[in-house]
Design a binder for this molecule. Structure first.
Ligand code: WTA
Length: 648
């Protein structure tokens, strides 16, 4: 296959790929459905909305005041009712909702009815602590069933949850609590990661001096570690003991903020992506049906952490709305052995596995014998999300894990989009798969690839992925910052949503994602902003300036490298390097651990003072440096190169 690229390097993914035909269930023609959806989106999405339980129907399907979309206005509903109450009067009532498994192999199962009761009771606990409709609650918990319980309890009373990934540390927690002005934090004494205790309560304790909005902290006992209970602290088990069994659901407006989830962008501060209730749920309900083809006997295993959007959408809201059984795994994929996903899938009979290219690349390195020693014959569908999947990894997933029986769905979407935007739809139509391609937009999503001037590019040309029409899962705005919302997503191209990804369309109309077009990193699928990391580095007392770049990594996708300028009089040393790495782990979290740290005398900057990250990335990746005419001081490159060579 030969393609001509007008800009940027050709994608390796794209070139290496060959077509694999997989027959998926034939149904309604996807193309017809997509055409119909785009010709009258309001009619189409209104039909999808009928799948939800409404307290009051909407008056208008869409109010579109670019860039603000308000879906199903006039409607009243409750997210927890759509996940729980709707099932407890049917035969789903006694079915397992959540099968939880820990890294040590311990399991717990909660039926829909048990989950319903638990959520009602915890909703009453929150109410008892003074939480009201519209208040924000920060949830900082390990992957235990109490985490979705806390989220659904917030939804039940109309509070907006803000989940903070439990791998984040104190500064990240402080920033998120303060931005959301949360009244309550729900946490646990601790969690476990690779056999080690993660002392969550201590991190919360540390944050309290800097988070004046917090009135109460609810502490779930998970790890049994010693904790200090202060005046604001309440034990989960004591509070729930006294809580009434039923909590009337607060019926909220369609556009009521269900949650805020902080994510990284190109600026120093994380952005609070705000999702509404009805549009978000409709998008999830419909896409889950099309993409995963959920049916009653499914056991869905999404390996994400609920601290990220994949967990919000595809562990909490979508599977529960559909009344299916899901597996929730609390642990690392490779601890105590590099077989945990296979062991868990075998033990509980997973029918759908939804995971990341990073996890697959890690497992692939350990060879086929490990997965082959497990009975994975119940699997019927394999999904991936979070980063582009390399065709060879795709092939391995297809052959070794799926035994060439299971279609693979490569799903592209973002925190901001709420739910899946590009993917094969196994519940709709037959789609020949191409390893490494996310195939097509899901029905109702108007995604195209454009050039710098916003015009669609010809097949085979790298450009920017954009979405031209609003979709129901679209974020409402950024929490407290409409201007930043407008600037970040709607200013590059007038009236068009800009996700920040490169892509191309091939001659058959298939979409190929080619990585981020901005300063966002994807390290093991986790989204991190370079500027955010740089501010964390300069918060260290010895550091004056920092520049962060990434390098391709064969397992994690990308790894973090930092170029640092030490303050006057500070000598660079290995001890300092270690101390800085520790500082990053402590303030941001272990996921932000830099793989390499270099000390330089100055950073390469443009004449207007912008760090030329492209240059740093090129040096660290051994690529050509390219055009440097905008560089302010050529000596800076030599500095970087020298520091880099010396350590190598
Ligand atoms: C990347 C995760 C290629 C992309 C759900 C996007 C992908 C960012 C894919 C969002 C995929 C996600 N193929 N790239 N299938 N899925 N991405 O907000 O760069 O954590 O913009 O949401 O992940 O990351 P986020």
């Amino acid at each position: 296959m030969m393609y001509i690229y007008l800009s940027g390097p050709p994608s390796k993914l794209y070139e290496e790929s060959s077509e694999v035909k997989v027959t998926v269930r034939p149904g309604m023609a996807l193309e017809d459905m997509s055409k119909e959806a785009l010709s009258d989106p309001e009619k189409f999405w209104a039909e999808q909305a009928r799948g939800l339980d409404w307290h009051r129907q909407w008056d208008r399907v869409l109010d579109w005041n670019p860039p603000f979309a308000r879906w199903f206005s006039g409607g009243l509903l409750n997210a927890s009712v759509n996940c729980l109450d709707r099932h407890v009067t049917t035969e789903t009532k006694n079915k397992a909702a959540i099968i939880w498994e820990s890294e040590s192999g311990e399991s717990r199962t909660l039926t829909y009815f048990q989950l319903y009761r638990y959520v009602n009771r915890f909703a009453n606990v929150l109410k008892g602590l003074g939480v009201q409709k519209g208040d924000r609650v920060t949830i900082y918990m390990p992957m235990v069933p109490e985490l979705p319980v806390a989220m659904l309890a917030c939804a039940r009373i109309g509070a907006t949850h803000s989940v903070v990934f439990s791998g984040f540390s104190s500064q990240a927690l402080v920033d998120r609590v303060n931005d959301a002005q949360s009244k309550v934090i729900v946490t646990a004494d601790g969690g476990f990661r690779k056999g080690k205790l993660v002392d969550l309560k201590r991190v919360v304790d540390e944050s309290l001096a800097q988070t004046p909005s917090v009135q109460h902290v609810v502490v779930f006992r998970r790890a049994g570690n010693d904790v200090r209970m202060g005046p604001k602290d309440v034990w989960w088990h004591e509070a729930i003991e006294k809580a009434p069994m039923f909590c009337p659901p607060e019926m909220v407006e369609s556009t009521h903020p269900l949650y805020i989830l902080y994510t990284s962008g190109t600026t120093g501060k994380p952005k609070g992506v705000m999702h509404g209730t009805a549009g978000y749920l409709v998008h999830l309900y419909a896409t889950a049906k099309w993409v995963f083809d959920f049916n009653k006997s499914d056991i869905f295993f999404c390996t994400a952490d609920i601290g990220w959007v994949t967990g919000h959408s595809y562990i909490v809201y979508a599977p529960l709305m559909h009344g299916i059984t899901e597996i929730m795994y609390d642990g690392a994929p490779d601890y105590p052995r590099p077989d945990r996903y296979w062991a868990v899938a075998e033990k509980h009979g997973a029918t759908i596995l939804y995971t990341t290219p990073t996890a697959l690349r890690m497992y692939m390195k350990y060879g086929d014998a490990i997965p082959n020693s497990f009975d994975l014959s119940f699997l019927r569908l394999l999904g991936t999300v979070g980063e582009p999947i390399n065709p060879e990894v795709w092939q391995w997933y297809f052959t070794t894990i799926g035994k060439e029986r299971c279609p693979i769905i490569d799903t592209w979407w973002q925190t901001e989009t709420g739910g899946i935007m590009l993917s094969a739809c196994t519940g709709v139509d037959f789609v020949p798969m191409k390893p490494g391609s996310a195939t097509f937009p899901v029905p109702g999503v108007d995604a195209v690839v454009v050039d710098d001037s916003g015009s669609p590019v010809p097949p085979g040309t790298k450009g920017y992925l954009v979405v031209r029409k609003p979709w129901p899962g679209m974020l409402l705005s950024l929490w407290g910052d409409d201007e930043k919302y407008r600037k970040t997503y709607w200013s590059k191209f007038e009236g068009v949503y800009y996700p920040g990804d490169y892509a191309l369309v091939d001659k058959d109309g298939y979409l190929w994602l080619l990585g981020r077009a901005d300063d966002v990193l994807k390290v093991a699928g986790h989204r991190l902003g370079t500027m955010e990391l740089e501010s964390a580095f300069v918060a260290h007392k010895a550091i004056a300036e920092a520049a962060v770049a990434s390098r391709p990594d064969s397992t994690k996708g990308e790894s973090i490298i930092a170029f640092l300028v030490a303050k006057e009089g500070v000598a660079a040393s290995d001890a300092l390097r270690k101390d800085i790495v520790e500082h990053i782990r402590k303030t941001v979290g272990p996921i932000a651990t830099p793989d390499e740290v270099y000390f330089v005398g100055k950073l390469p900057k443009t004449r207007s003072g912008k760090i030329m990250r492209r240059l740093l990335k090129a040096i660290a990746s051994g690529d050509k440096i390219g055009d440097i005419t905008t560089l302010e001081d050529g000596a800076a490159i030599d500095e970087v190169r020298h520091a880099y060579d010396e350590l190598k």
